[in-house]
Ligand binder design. Sequence first.
Ligand code: TEU
Length: 557
Amino acid sequence: LIELDWWQHCALYQIYPRSFMDSDEDGIGDLTGIMSRLEHFKDAGVDAIWMSPIFKSPMIDFGYDISDFYDIHEEYGNMTQFLDLLNRAHELGIKVLLDFVPNHASTESKYFIKSEESDPKYKDFFVWADGYVDPENETNMLPPSNWVSQFGGSAWEWSDKRQQFYLHQFAKEQADFNFRHQGVKEEMFSIMEFWLDKGVDGFRVDALPYLMEADPADHGGKYPDDPLSGLAQFESHQLGYTIPLYTKDLIELYDVVYGWREFIDKYNEDHGGDTRVIFSEGYANITMTMLYYGNEKGAIGAHFPFNFDFITDVSAKSNARDFVYTILKWLTYMPHGAVANWQFGNHDNNRMPTRFRHDMVDGLNSVNMMLPGTSVTYQGEEIGMRDGYVSWEDTVDVEACNRGDNETYHLYSRDPARTPYHWDNTTNAGFSTHNKTWLPVADDYEELNLAKQKEDDRSHFKVYQKLTALRKEVTLSHGEYSIRALSDSTFYLVRYLRTYDTLVLLFNVGEEPDTVVLDRVPNLTTPATVYVSSIHSSKREGDVIEAATLTLVAGEA
Ligand code: TEU
C-alpha cells in the first residue's frame, strides 16, 4: 500500500482563535490560550489545526481585514507567543496552518494608505476607478458599476483623498487587491514565504472566487454593469441569489492559484521536511470548485479546495438519497487521484447540530470521519456544540450589522456559530475569567461541555475519539467505498479493502425509526460487531449483530 502524505488523510480542525481559549482575562481568545489547550487535540485524535486569521487587524471582520500581514494581532499575542505555539504543536506532532487572506486588505493597511495617496509603488495595488457625476446632483458621484458587496450595498466606496472609488467585495474596510498588478502578486509570495520560513505547515486560502474582476480593457475601458446580479436586484431580492458575472469565479483567478502551488512546491523542494500545503476556500458550483484542484492542461492548484457541499446542499430536511447524492457528487467530479475532504461547519455558517438535528451529531461526525480523504472539524463539533443565542444588542458580525436590523439580523449573523468554546461548567464555560466575553457564552454550556463529556459514560466526544482512532485503520485510509440509500431515511457507507476489516456505517437521517435489511449492504457479513454508535443508540460497543434486519431510531448511526 502506498504511504499517504500527512494532508491526504489527516483529521483537520478549525480553530476560531477569538473564541477558543482566553489566557489573559480580557474575554477574547488568544494564542497562549490555544497553546494551553494543545493537549485537547492529542486527546481528540486531531492531526492538524488551521486557525482563522491571527494577524494585525482593526477587527471589522474579526481578522479577515488585515492591516499587517507580517505581524500578530495584539489581542491575540505576539510573534514570540506564536512561535512558542507553533513549536509546541510540532513537538506534539500537530501541523499548524494559517489563514491566508489574499483577496483584500484592511483600509488601515500600509498598502491601502499609500495607495490612496497615489504612492508610485502602491497606487495600483487596489481596484480604483472614476465615478460618474450624478445628473440629479452634481456634487454627488455615482459608482463605476452596479456591483454588490457580499455584506450588502455597493461594492464601490468613494475616497475623498484620491477622488476615485475603490472596490470592496466584502466590507468597505476590506479593499480588494488588484490581482492584475505585478506588485500585488509579488507581495503575496513574500507574505507566504515569511510564514513558511517561520515554520507553518501551510495555508487555508480565503475567499478565492472573488480574487479577480472583469478587466475594463475588455469592456471599452469601463467596469461593466452586471446584468443579473447588480445592486437593484440584490436589494429588491428580485431574482433571489444570482451569481455575479463580473466579480466572481473569473477564469483568470485560477492561474494565480496555480502559481501559488508552484511556489509552495518549489518551497517544499528547496527546504525538505514535511509537505507544506494550500487548502482553498470558496463557494462555487462543482465545476468551478474542481478547477481549484487543477485544470485539464495539467496545471495543479490547491492540495484540495474545501468541500462545502454538506453545508450548502444538505440540511435537516434532507433524506438519505440527498446525502448519498451529495457525497457521490464530490467523489465523482473530483479529478483522478485527487484527495477529497469533508466538513459540516465553519465560522461562517450555523453550527452543524443546529442546521441538522441534535440527534444526528454522532452520525454526521461518523460520515465526516469515514469518507475517503481528509476530515475537517469546526471547533465545537467534537462535543456537538450548538449555535449560541446572540441578541441584536450583542451582535458584532459586520455582515449582520450591515445587512440586517433588529428583526432580520439573524438571517445573516455569523455570531451564533462563533460563541466561545465550552470547556467545562464553570463561569463562561471555562473559556475566560473576564466578566464579559466578546460574544456571550451559549446558555447550554453547563450541560454541554467537554469536561462533562469526558466523564460521561457515553458522549459525543467519546464517539469522536473512537472515530479519529478508527481513521488510523488502513481500511479507512486506503479502502474502496460503496455508498447507497437503503430507504428514504437510511443510507450505508461501506469501506473495504482486501483482507482487512470491512467497516460499515448505517445512518438513519430521518425523524422516525427505520428497519433495514442487512443483506442489502455489500460486504457486510453477520455476525458483525458494533465498534461505535450514537449516544442515543441501544447498541453498545462490542454488541454483536446477527439478525437479518436492524432497526435504527431517528438520527441513529
Ligand atoms: O468567506 C468567503 C465567502 O465566500 C463569504 O461569502 C462567506 O461565505 C459569507 O461571508 C458567509 O456569510 C471568507 C471568510 O470565511 C469569512 O469569514 C470572511 O468574512 C470573508 O471571507 C471575507 O474575508
